[in-house]
Design a binder for this molecule. Structure first.
Ligand SMILES: C[S@@+](CC[C@H](N)C(=O)[O-])C[C@H]1O[C@@H](n2cnc3c(N)ncnc32)[C@H](O)[C@@H]1O
Length: 208
């Protein structure tokens, strides 16, 4: 079994992701568990502050190390006596290892009960000291900058969940682009002819 816990400042984004399509079905069929943890719950003071200015100058704010530490401690302690005590922490980061279908397959094929704890950064990022406190893998979804780690976390989670055994029919994923370093062939559906454009004959003979 695979469990994801996504730590985010914007739980509503992840909750929407959880409530649609294949992900929703995979959750209701007990193929995966996806928990969402609101980072603001670990914020400081009445206003639940999670960020502060950058040492050495620079624009923007950084998510503080105590806030991240408390959140990770909470998530890990909550799972101590569960079947998900085998955890892997991932930080969605533009500086991380480039994510791929191969990595998604590896993560989806884990034989043990595994718990992926996914940290979504925001603002200018997170305090570097968190990497000294925990073993964290940094994963990037591409060489561009997004506002926060929520979209990368959804990309990461979605691509893994659809590869978990029983989520899709096996043949649906076997022939997909990037599965064997190949791209899927062009596909067509009815009508056979549209604005003079016909479906290639070879596919018609294959269908019949
Ligand atoms: C605005 S970005 C921070 C960028 C950071 N200041 C830098 O230059 O590397 C805010 C957050 O979005 C997430 N993020 C942005 N782009 C990403 C990408 N390509 N892959 C994974 N995460 C990304 C990270 O969690 C990051 O902490």
């Amino acid at each position: 079994m695979i469990k994801f816990t996504i730590i985010t400042l914007f739980p509503e984004m992840i909750n929407t992701f959880k409530s649609a399509s294949i992900i929703k079905k995979a959750i209701s069929n007990n193929k995966v568990t996806i928990d969402v943890v609101d980072l603001k719950c670990f914020g400081k003071g009445k206003r639940r502050n999670v960020d502060d200015t950058v040492y050495g100058g620079g624009t923007g704010m950084i998510i503080t190390v105590p806030v991240l530490d408390k959140a990770l401690d909470f998530v890990l302690n909550n799972n101590v006596n569960s079947i998900y005590n085998n955890s892997k922490i991932i930080y969605m980061s533009p500086k991380g290892k480039l994510f791929s279908q191969k990595i998604a397959k590896k993560y989806a094929s884990s034989k043990d009960n595994i718990h992926y704890i996914v940290i979504c950064g925001h603002y200018e990022g997170i305090d570097e000291r968190i990497f000294s406190l925990y073993e964290i893998e940094e994963i990037s979804i591409g060489d561009y900058i997004l506002t926060g780690g929520e979209i990368p976390a959804m990309v990461f989670t979605d691509s893994i969940v659809r590869l978990i055994d029983g989520v899709l029919k096996e043949e649906a994923t076997l022939l997909e682009s990037h599965t064997n370093n190949l791209l899927e062939e062009p596909q067509y559906t009815k009508p056979f002819e549209y604005k003079g454009l016909k479906v290639p004959e070879i596919l018609i003979s294959r269908t019949s």
